[in-house]
Design a binder for this molecule. Sequence first.
Ligand code: XIL
Length: 364
Amino acid sequence: MTGRCHRRDVLKGALAAPAMLLAPARSGDAGMIAPTGRLYGAAVRADTIAADPALRRRVAADCGWITPEIDFKWNALEYRRGGWWFERADQIAAFARTHDQQLRGHTLLWEQSTPDWARAEIADKRDWRLVERWFDGVLGRYADAASEWDVVNEPIDTEQGHRGLRRTCFQRAFGDGYVARALHAARERAPTARLFVNEYGLEYANPVERDRRTALLKLVERLRHDGAPIDGVGIQAHLDLSKGPLDTIAITAMLREIAGMGLRVSITELDVKEADRSLPLATRDRLIDDEVRRYLDVVLAEPAVRGVVSWGVSDRDSWLQDGIAATGPAALNRGLPLDAALAPKPVYWTLREAVGGGGGRHQV
Ligand code: XIL
């Protein structure tokens, strides 16, 4: 596949004629081969894609990777103890299979997606079999469906944590070793998947994020040293225009350290929170695009980075709207590739050019 203009034209043509995209895009389609060998993907929710054929077409055409935004979480699959509910997760897995997309299993252990009943029971009984039972349920069904799993999500807390680890129900009940233990338990049930630890707050030049980078590297070093089955590190990359400049030097250093430990990196939750939503739309979109360009320039220079997932496709569905009382489309945060009407913004083209569009389906 060739140059930038051609890719752009192909994709613009595709957008102008959505009917062409009804059929699943095939990896061999002319003009859709990613030049980078990396995957681009997005987080989606089963209910949102089920309700919107146009969104479905975009996700089918553009994504080589799918992350379930909520449907694989413990509080989605087993909201009530023993009341397993697989319908929506099954829909996501089927969507990915139909469209030849890889799935990121998100997420096995995350304090915030642990149902209240499980949190209480873990605190009360401190019985690791509760975790194993959950892993049996989710991995018993989806181990083979996903090529990567975020086994532990957001384990770092350098402000109120214990030696850099967040004081979650898991850390309190099972000690700091819970991360390694979770990786082993996941490996037993998903022998061929890549196992990840996924973390946020690692991008900016401030003391908190500096400490968080250090703590994450220490954790990963310890896991490697102890022989825990970790294959990669997920960097969430929730960018934020109010946080000042990206610490590009520190990001590069962190990625090189991770790569030096023989691990790969996925950018797992890219989006941009705006600092000033009163500016003209074109200015806002430029600021967002500039930030993503700066970020991608740094991370994609590192071969360990195998792909980029944005945390949603359209601003309409972004979690960043939580707390924003929308008085119209302009009030929404604009930090995802498509606007609320599914029109592409500059950052859409930036992602396609840098990472690859629907053709980024096949990892090398
Ligand atoms: C968020 C979803 O986007 C929301 O819809 C949900 O209510 C809460 O979780 N870090 C993560 C993701 O790892 O799972 C979170 O997703 C966003 C922050």
